[in-house]
Design a protein around this ligand. Sequence first.
Ligand SMILES: [Zn+2]
Length: 92
Amino acid sequence: MIIRLILIVIAVLLGLVVVNWFWQFLKSAERGNRPSNAAPRSGEPMVQDPQCRTYLPKSAALTAEIAGRTHYFCGRSCAEKYREQAAVSGRS
Ligand SMILES: [Zn+2]
């Protein structure tokens, strides 16, 4: 009975080693194909904050609809400033 348990443990450990090896192989293959850039996640679209001109990933951006168009901002303060400027320029 105890031998069977030990065999199961060894099988599980071997499985983990194989999975780990395979994972490392996939990672190194991925690294080899892609040029090293600072993108946080692969394939994530980058958007530009029109207020401070910062580029940031879409998922991290704050969205605000101003004058019927969706804009992306790095933070609330930028969104507020941009909204004020849009209101001023829209009136003139
Ligand atoms: Zn900003």
